[in-house]
Design a protein around this ligand. Sequence first.
Ligand SMILES: Nc1ncnc2c1ncn2[C@@H]1O[C@H](COP(=O)(O)OP(=O)(O)OP(=O)(O)O)[C@@H](O)[C@H]1O
Ligand SMILES: [Mg+2]
Length: 457
Amino acid sequence: MKERILIADDDPGIRDGCAQVLQRGGSIVSEASTGSETMALLERYEFDLILLDLKFPDANGLDLLRSIRERDQEVPIVMITAYGTIQNAVEAMRLGANDFLPKPFEPDELRLVVGRTIRARRLAIENIYLKEELRRKEGEIQIIGQSEPLLYLFEQVKRLAQTDSTVLITGESGTGKGLLARYIHETSGRSAHPFISVDCSTLVPSLFESELFGHVKGAFTGAESNKLGKFELASGGTLFLDEIANISLELQAKLLKAVEEKEISRVGSHRLTQVDVRIIAATNQDLKQAVKKGAFREDLYFRLNVVALKTPPLRERKDDIPLLARHFLKRYGQKYQRQGLGITPKAMEMLCRYHWPGNVRELENTIERLVIFAKDLSLDVEDLETAGLQVERTPNLHRADERRTEDSTWSMSLEDVEREHIVAVLNHTGGNRSEAARILGIDRKTLRLKLKRWGLE
Ligand SMILES: Nc1ncnc2c1ncn2[C@@H]1O[C@H](COP(=O)(O)OP(=O)(O)OP(=O)(O)O)[C@@H](O)[C@H]1O
Ligand SMILES: [Mg+2]
């Protein structure tokens, strides 16, 4: 990415010299020869670095530095000082300059200081997301699975890795939408830049706009200094808009503009800033339905839905359950210092049979609890029950089949069979009674009465 640099110096020789060196290095350079020109340019553009002289015909460099810092605490400032008393430099640093460059200087020195300052600035931004980075190092961005639906998903992801297309991920809760978004970022050409995530469902609506686009000092009560929004923080990288269905129509309009034009303005400012971000949005709701109901803008939906990915529910890829279970067993075994835990085939079968309405997240939480409660190295059916998994206690069709091969099952009454079948269907629908009643061909009320009679309410 090209950085935009402001050279503020009253000496045209210095300005030309610096401009030449920096432009050759690929930077975009603006020049100011007075204090008022400097402030005027700051109103117009967002700079990545300011080279600031200590003396102007109309202003003192230190006063200018103070004014710049009042309105923007983040932009890096390097002081150029010929009147190089150490005193001035110390004072400048105290007022918030990042570095200083004593006149006269060689092109190499200029390049060095500018490069160092810009890198430090990028690092600072990325440090905010160090936690994210750490998760990555811990190998959390690993999508486990070899089932048909997952291989299909990998295939799609591979194809879009080298593009900048906007992606919309849909899928039930806990199916790995967040994980997939990070994975796409990691496998893209943007992986060296930040991955910034915004949870649209937890943000206070009134602060949401400033969260996304940033604000300038004084834009509203409490806006005590300039603040970068997520769009700018994600610069060069990926912006993940999670739970996108949850934003107001008013914000949708603003978001549409930002997505369409890749241009934003901070709250309280009319200045437009170019942003270079790839957008990935996710939702567990049916956005098309939301569009029909008028709760979601159709134009924004089309803008986001350039590439549509769907994370399959765990019950549609049961082949992956053993892989995932072992993966989580290893991870939580390490976390809780209980390495070497295994699962008996019976217990594994039980995991595979369960319906997992909470998908991978529920499986992960279950395994974590199992690891914490494990009494010995081999986890069995009882351990699953202790961890709260309720498969075995409510027998399902599969078990009835098994039992029927035994002599005793031939003594089952019609009601026994009915009960087992109903429980099996309920397992299949993840406890959804309306759906179960539909499959069983009875109404909800009848179903409820039966369950009540059997004490299964
Ligand atoms: N295929 C997978 N391999 C390994 N871990 C996975 C996989 N899918 C999901 N997970 C893990 O399951 C948990 C839930 O995933 P994630 O938060 O990405 O789901 P989500 O679809 O975003 O859910 P929600 O809609 O509730 O936000 C995370 O801890 C994630 O790391
Ligand atoms: Mg999520």
